[in-house]
Design a protein around this ligand. Structure first.
Ligand code: BJ8
Length: 423
């Protein structure tokens, strides 16, 4: 790892605590990732990014800031990247995926808050993540109650803009979301000092659509009978897509997709024939949360798709590129984002339809519906999801977990029994 200590110091980070994080991450990554055999060569790019996760990209962001660009930190796939990119800004995902940050979050949040929120708040307040230090502005949204209240705490420490999410998907809700996006655009224009023109927004829509298409190509390859990439590797690509420059992300994902398509032609698989295929549905898995994928893929099964926000919900559906006025473009962006099916909406039948469709398309043997502890939304929706799957004759296992390793053996026992039952 290159030496970024000066950079972290300038960012006001707690170096001593951060050192402890830097020591555990390489071992965790080595155990989970580098122990895999026959990985696609193109994964070398993502291995490199993880090896210097608090160095390479943060240094790029700081350089961009020196050149006048502004960085916006986001926590949800409903926040439209297109608007930021059109104003010459940069988006970086800020969702915390490590138990390391949870105790600092618990200093200000109830313990009974979902780990993703606790880790995100802890990463900022504990000063142990450069991305949380670099962002000029955080963009929150009114999705779940835990997040809404967490923004009030984070807002005392960093400039925040909150997007008011509709909770239903009626035409008037889509219109309301269009208005929220326009409001967001005004804020982004004022922070960046740049005006969004139809031409710039057109380019930005195209850039983000191309990224979606590239990520979707990698997922398409996972539908093959001989699975050319592990679920763990596909998850890593997705997690880093939230941080990376969108054009580079597109290039790297397309390069990986080329390799996977060649592997399919050559009959190369990373799993032995007959390995049970699993669709994972539920709450997102922010980096470095690789826990469930690792347990599943070392319990005799393969994850072939994720119906999560670090999976298909991130890239499904494109923004219509034919609009030429800002009015039409904002409406098109709103329509695309309102097609995402998060459990914060009611009713949310589209999500169940998606899960059933994905189960068919990826020819899965079973579905594991995962819920981050204390996420009431996905926990409650689990009832409907599991019932629909059972009615369709698709085996399903509902699991709840957090970022600790305390339940790892218990999860392994349940997953192994589930995989055995699929036989
Ligand atoms: S679109 S899933 S990224 S809100 S933080 S809801 S796990 S209690 S992350 Fe999310 Fe946007 Fe929806 Fe996706 Fe539950 Fe935790 Fe809330 Fe969470």
């Amino acid at each position: 790892m290159a030496n970024y200590v000066e950079m972290w110091k300038e960012l006001g980070m707690d170096l001593e605590t951060h050192d402890a994080l830097c020591q555990v991450l390489p071992t965790a990554f080595g155990d989970v990732y580098l122990s895999q055999e026959n990985r696609p060569e193109s994964m070398g790019f993502w291995d490199l990014v993880v090896a210097d996760i608090h160095g390479i990209r943060p240094a790029e962001l700081l350089e961009a800031q020196k050149n006048g660009q502004k960085v916006f930190g986001t926590f949800c796939v409903y926040v439209p990247d297109e608007v930021v990119v059109a104003a010459g800004g940069i988006v970086t995902g800020l969702c915390g995926g490590s138990q390391f940050w949870v105790p600092d979050g618990e200093k200000v949040l109830p313990k009974s808050t979902c780990p993703l929120i606790k880790a995100s708040v802890g990463a900022r307040l504990g000063r142990t993540c450069p991305f949380f230090r670099i962002a000029d502005m955080y963009v929150g949204e009114t999705t779940c109650d835990g997040k809404k209240k967490a923004w009030e705490i984070l807002g005392q420490d960093v400039p925040m803009h909150i997007m008011d999410m509709p909770q239903m998907k009626r035409p008037e809700d889509v219109e309301k979301w269009t208005g929220e996006i326009k409001e967001f655009a005004k804020v982004v224009e004022s922070v960046t000092g740049n005006t969004i023109t139809p031409e710039k927004l057109q380019d930005a829509i195209h850039i983000i659509n191309e990224k979606r298409k590239a990520l979707a190509r990698v997922y398409e390859a996972r539908k093959a009978a001989n699975i050319p990439i592990s679920g763990k590797d596909a998850l890593l690509m997705m997690q880093i897509a939230f941080f990376d420059d969108p054009v580079r992300c597109t290039q790297m994902a397309n390069k990986l997709a080329d390799e996977l398509e060649q592997r399919i032609k050559d009959g190369v698989s990373v799993f032995k024939a007959g390995t049970k295929r699993i669709l994972l549905s539920g709450t997102p898995m922010a980096i470095p949360n690789w826990k469930l994928h690792h347990i599943i893929e070392t319990s005799g099964a393969a994850v072939v798709c994720e119906e999560t926000c670090t999976g298909t919900r991130y890239f499904n559906n494109l923004v219509d590129e034919t609009q030429t006025t800002l009015e039409g473009q904002y409406a098109a962006i709103a329509r695309r984002y309102m097609e995402i099916n998060c459990a914060c909406f009611t009713p949310n039948t589209g999500r169940v339809d998606d899960i059933l469709r994905l189960a068919r398309e990826y020819k899965v043997d079973g579905v594991i519906d995962v819920n981050l502890k204390f996420c009431c939304l996905y926990d409650t929706e689990g009832y409907t999801v599991e019932k629909a799957l059972k009615d369709a004759g698709i085996p399903v296992l509902g699991l709840e977990t957090d970022y600790t390793d305390a339940d790892a053996e218990q999860l392994r026992t349940r997953i192994e029994a589930f995989v055995e039952m699929l036989d």
